[in-house]
Design a protein around this ligand. Structure first.
Ligand SMILES: Cc1cc2nc3c(=O)[nH]c(=O)nc-3n(C[C@H](O)[C@H](O)[C@H](O)COP(=O)(O)OP(=O)(O)OC[C@H]3O[C@@H](n4cnc5c(N)ncnc54)[C@H](O)[C@@H]3O)c2cc1C
Length: 381
C-alpha cells in the first residue's frame, strides 16, 4: 500500500487549487446570491480538462484516473461546492452514463462535445413522487414509428434549464419492473421538451436545478442509450461511481470549512487570547481534521477500486455516507467557531453550512446509503 500522491497528482491538486482561488473564489458570493450557474466559466473549466476529467483523450477527455477525478472535485468544492456539484453532475452522471453504456456513434455525437465542454450535460432520474424510490417513476416512453415518444416530468434536475444534452430515464415496459426502464439521450430544444420550475434552493445555488417537462417528445431510435430495459440497471452502476464524486465533493467542502475555521480561530481574540488557544476550539479543529482524513481515505479507496474495474457498490456508499455526514459536522463546527460571524454572509462559514446539506441528500440520501450498505453486508457469507 502506498498512500503518497504521485508527483502528477500533487501538481494536479496545485493547478486546480490555483485555478479555483483565482477564477472562482472572487465570485462565490455573487453566484450564490444570483442563483445563477456561471456559464462563462465552462470554457475555462474545459481548458483544464474539467468537463471531461475521466474520459479517454480520443473522446475529448483529459484521461485522468478515478483518484485524480476526486482531487479535481475536492479542489473545486473547497472553494465553491455549487460549482463542484455542477461539474460532478456533468461528468459523473450525464457524460459517464454515455461513456459507459453508449455506442461508438453515441459517444462521438454526444460524449465528445460534453467532454470538450462545448455542451453541458444533465441527468434526469428523480421525479416529484419518486426520489429514493426511483424505480417508481411515471415518465414513460412508448414506441412510435422509428423511435419513441416521451411523456412525463423530472424534478430536481441539475442543469435542467441549461443542459444541452440530457440522459432521461423512462418506463418502457411497466410490467417488467426495474427491467422495464430505459435511458434516452435528449437534446435541448427537442420539440415537446421544456424546462419547468427553477428551484429556489437553500444552498448549492450556483448550480442550476429545475424541473424538466416532456409532452409528446419524439426521440429517434439512435438516442436509446444502453439497450431497452437496461436503464435502471445501468443507472445503479452510474450511481456507484457518481457517489464517489459526491464523497469527494464532501471532503473538499469539509476541507474548505476547516481551513476557514482554523484561520478565523488563529486571529479572533476573546479574553485577551486568540480563540485557537482554547482547548474547546482546538478539539473541534482536531475532530474536523481527523474526520476529513478518514473520509478522504475511504473516498480514495473506493476510487482506487473503481479504477481496477470491479463493482464498488459497498465502498462507494460507505465513502459517500461517511464523507457527507462528517462534512455536515465540520461545516456546523465552522459556523460555531465563527460565533456570530458564522451567521452572516461576510464570512464563508454560513455558505458551507447551507451547501453541505445537499451532500447527505443528492445521489441517494444517507438513509438510502445505509440501506445499500446493509444489503451488501447481509448478502455476504
Ligand atoms: C440540489 C439538488 C440536485 C439534484 N440533482 C439531481 C439530478 O441531477 N438528477 C436527478 O435525477 N436527481 C437529482 N436530485 C434529486 C435527489 O437525488 C433526490 O432528492 C434524492 O434522491 C432524494 O429523493 P427525494 O427528494 O424524493 O426524497 P424521498 O425519497 O421522498 O425521501 C424523503 C425522506 O425519506 C427517506 N427515505 C425514503 N425511502 C426510505 C427507505 N426505504 N428507508 C429509510 N428512509 C427512507 C429519505 O432518506 C429522506 O430522508 C437533486 C436534488 C437536489 C436537492
Amino acid at each position: 500500500m502506498d498512500f503518497r500522491p504521485t508527483e502528477e497528482q500533487q501538481l494536479l491538486r496545485r493547478t486546480i487549487r490555483e485555478f479555483a482561488e483565482r477564477e472562482i473564489r472572487p465570485h462565490v458570493r455573487e453566484w450564490d446570491h444570483a442563483q445563477q450557474f456561471p456559464r462563462d466559466l465552462v470554457a475555462r473549466l474545459a481548458g483544464l480538462g474539467l468537463m471531461g476529467i475521466q474520459f479517454p483523450e480520443q473522446y475529448g477527455g483529459a484521461g485522468l484516473s478515478a483518484i485524480e477525478y476526486c482531487i479535481c472535485i475536492e479542489e473545486l468544492a473547497r472553494v465553491d461546492p455549487g460549482v463542484a456539484l455542477s461539474v460532478a453532475a456533468h461528468n459523473g452522471l450525464c457524460a459517464a452514463h454515455i461513456a459507459r453504456f453508449g455506442t461508438e456513434a453515441q459517444k462521438q455525437a454526444w460524449l465528445v462535445p460534453l467532454a470538450r465542454g462545448e455542451k453541458i450535460g444533465a441527468w434526469a432520474l428523480t421525479e416529484s413522487t419518486s426520489g429514493s424510490d426511483a424505480a417508481g417513476m411515471r415518465t414513460a416512453a412508448v414506441r412510435a414509428g422509428a423511435g419513441w415518444t416521451l411523456d412525463g416530468s423530472k424534478t430536481f434536475t441539475t442543469h435542467g434549464r441549461i443542459g444541452d444534452v440530457m440522459v432521461v430515464m423512462a418506463v418502457t415496459d411497466r410490467a417488467a419492473g426495474v427491467k422495464g426502464i430505459s435511458a434516452f439521450i435528449v437534446e435541448r430544444g427537442t420539440a415537446g421538451m421544456a424546462a419547468g420550475k427553477k428551484e429556489d434552493k437553500l444552498g448549492m445555488r450556483a448550480s442550476d436545478t429545475s424541473e424538466v417537462l416532456f409532452d409528446n417528445c419524439r426521440i429517434p431510435e439512435n438516442q436509446l442509450l444502453g439497450g431497452e430495459g437496461q436503464g435502471f440497471v445501468n443507472t445503479m452502476q452510474v450511481l456507484d461511481a457518481g457517489r464517489i464524486g459526491i464523497a469527494a465533493l464532501s471532503v473538499g467542502l469539509a476541507q474548505g470549512a476547516y481551513e476557514a475555521a482554523l484561520a478565523y480561530a488563529r486571529e479572533r481574540k476573546a479574553f485577551g487570547r486568540t480563540i485557537a488557544t482554547f482547548q474547546a476550539i482546538q478539539w473541534k479543529l482536531v475532530d474536523a481534521a481527523t474526520r476529513i482524513e478518514a473520509a478522504r481515505l475511504l473516498t480514495y479507496r473506493a476510487a482506487w477500486l473503481k479504477e481496477r474495474g470491479g463493482r464498488t457498490t459497498l465502498e462507494s456508499s460507505m465513502a459517500k455516507l461517511y464523507a457527507s455526514e462528517i462534512a455536515v459536522r465540520v461545516a456546523e463546527d465552522c459556523v460555531q467557531i465563527h460565533g456570530g460571524y458564522g451567521f452572516v454572509k461576510d464570512y464563508p462559514a454560513e455558505k458551507y453550512f447551507r451547501d453541505v446539506k445537499l451532500t447527505t441528500i443528492g445521489e441517494g440520501t444517507s438513509e438510502i446509503q445505509r440501506l445499500v450498505i446493509a444489503r451488501q453486508l447481509l448478502s455476504r457469507s
